[in-house]
Design a binder for this molecule. Structure first.
Ligand SMILES: C[S@@+](CC[C@H](N)C(=O)[O-])C[C@H]1O[C@@H](n2cnc3c(N)ncnc32)[C@H](O)[C@@H]1O
Length: 237
């Protein structure tokens, strides 16, 4: 029942944004993918990769984590990284929004991470504790805009955008990420279906993650859709 409510709300959010940004085709594509991906891919992968999920959350018990923003990701991420041959090669990863490092732990457990750049304007003590033994991580304690302004000479195989959830910031993070993304790189965007704007007065439906995604997709056509659900996962082509 909750799943159907989520899908209904997600579809409503997509359609409202598609009309607002005049991107009807993108709206139709996202709506179709949301319906099919949540009802088939998500449930299938949850079952198929349940051992990965259980192992990962067992492993995280050794660390200091107060909240789990990562609940639904392990089975989908693992499958996508496997399908795109990212499990066994040296890769560079960028993450916007480190929080306590749950995503960092996943990247380090399942991938051969050469460089992991993690950006957050808040310095979290649990994060510092959780990464204390990792040699391949560079933490940038700053806003994502300031990080991108550094013009660092590096390209990434995977970029996870999970910082500010305000549409203009999401758009900036995505456009800047695109510049640093390798061809065939994977772009993971969290909280696609965040819909406070529909549920609460004073918020606007187009000022959340979905709005930033529509602005990005209006400009960039060279991305293939790999997964549409609580996250949007794209591949640069
Ligand atoms: C949902 S949490 C990230 C969760 C983490 N990726 C995980 O999987 O556990 C979002 C984080 O983004 C950070 N953040 C918000 N706006 C930001 C910005 N403009 N630049 C950098 N970090 C930002 C917040 O401080 C917060 O720690």
């Amino acid at each position: 029942m909750i799943k159907f409510l989520k899908i209904y709300r997600g579809l409503k959010l997509i359609i409202l944004n598609a009309i607002h940004f005049r991107l009807i085709l993108v709206g139709l594509k996202l709506s179709f993918l949301l319906l099919t991906n949540i009802l088939t891919k998500f449930l299938f992968l949850k079952l198929k990769n349940r051992i990965i999920t259980n192992n990962f959350f067992d492993y995280t018990k050794k660390f200091r984590l107060s909240r789990n923003y990562f609940k639904h990701n392990p089975p989908i991420w693992f499958e996508i990284f496997k399908k795109n041959n990212l499990l066994n090669k040296d890769i560079n990863i960028l993450e916007i929004g480190s929080f306590e490092g749950m995503s960092v732990l996943f990247f380090n457990k399942y991938l051969k991470v050469k460089n992991l750049y993690s950006v957050d304007f808040k310095k979290n003590d649990n994060f510092l504790y959780n990464i204390r033994d990792l040699k391949n991580i560079n933490f940038f304690n700053m806003k994502s805009d300031d990080f991108f302004n550094k013009n660092l000479n590096i390209n990434f195989d995977i970029i996870y955008v999970d910082g500010s959830h305000y549409s203009d910031d999401v758009f900036n993070d995505l456009i800047n990420s695109d510049k640093l993304m390798k061809k065939n790189g994977i772009l993971l965007i969290d909280d696609l279906l965040l819909d406070v704007g529909i549920r609460k007065k004073g918020y606007k439906f187009y000022e959340e993650v979905m709005g930033g995604v529509f602005l990005f997709l209006k400009k960039k056509k060279n991305y293939k859709f790999l997964y549409t659900g609580h996250q949007l996962i794209l591949k640069k082509i």
